[in-house]
Design a protein around this ligand. Structure first.
Ligand code: ATP
Length: 248
């Protein structure tokens, strides 16, 4: 058993605009080297959980009103997102927000503005990212807005990798993508995890593909974590869908 969790979210409540409950009581752990899935229907609180961790919640008039978030033992709730980037956590937002008027390679470079490495090092890291995501190498001179949805998702992931994170918060990578592309994205996540030791916390509505690639998972309904377990335990539960829909 690992000595210390990489991330521990403990009893977190998030409130938007001082009155809208985002999540009520979320506890999630990511151990070093794990892929952990947060599953839940629309509006369950998956994005809010990731935003609380990355600090982005603060920029959306949201506050963490209960609980604590620790990264490698240090309390991080309330730390500004740009400071968190220095702690090797990176958040890939839902909806693949790439700069459509910049090329793929310009997007990669722009992604690291918070921790910009020297030019040589930048070039080395970009080559490494192209090795992980060869489709990006093929499209490096193409405007990001002209690439496919799957390529844009890969670009969003590649941009995050440029900061050499230990933990990637990945919000709904399957959104709007064909099943075969979703499969490809999750296989990249698995490889980055296995071969490069990157840990992932992935928020997903797609139960099947997430549990096929994650080590463990949590089901969130109405802002509460209602079920957790190993991916195989969760996948085997016949009542999983009822929990997912908040009926249990
Ligand atoms: P989705 O898949 O739609 O992103 P989700 O599980 O990620 O769903 P959240 O986006 O975290 O769910 O939403 C949780 C709750 O917080 C919802 O009731 C939602 O309406 C509310 N919420 C989310 N963002 C905001 C915001 N910026 N302002 C006010 N309320 C918000």
């Amino acid at each position: 058993k690992p000595s210390q969790p990489l991330l521990s979210v403990d009893g977190v409540e998030v409130v938007y605009d001082e009155h809208i409950l985002g999540v009520a009581d979320i506890s999630v752990t990511v151990n070093p080297g794990e892929i952990v899935a947060i599953l839940g229907a629309n509006g369950a609180g998956k994005s809010t959980t990731l935003k609380a961790i990355s600090g982005i919640a603060q920029t959306e008039r949201a506050k963490i009103t209960k609980g604590s978030i620790r990264f490698k033992g240090d309390q991080i709730n309330g730390i500004a997102p740009h400071k968190l980037a220095k702690r090797n956590i990176v958040h890939v937002l839902e909806g693949r927000r790439v700069f459509s008027h910049l090329t793929v390679e310009e997007n990669l470079k722009a992604g690291s503005f918070l921790r910009r490495p020297a030019r040589r090092e930048m070039e080395r890291r970009i080559e490494e990212i192209y090795d992980w995501l060869p489709r990006l190498r093929d499209k490096r001179k193409t405007l990001a807005g002209l690439t496919s949805g799957g390529e844009q998702q890969m670009l969003a992931i590649g941009r995050a990798l440029l900061t050499q994170p230990e933990l990637v918060l990945l919000d709904e990578p399957s959104m709007g993508l064909a099943p075969i592309i979703v499969q490809e994205i999750f296989e990249i996540v698995s490889r980055l995890n296995r071969e490069n030791g990157v840990s992932f916390l992935v928020a997903e509505q797609n139960i099947h593909v997430s549990l096929a690639h994650a080590h463990r998972g949590y089901v969130i309904a109405n802002g509460h974590a209602v079920l957790s377990g190993s991916a195989s335990e969760l996948a085997a539960r016949e009542d999983l869908h009822e929990f997912y829909l908040g009926l249990q």
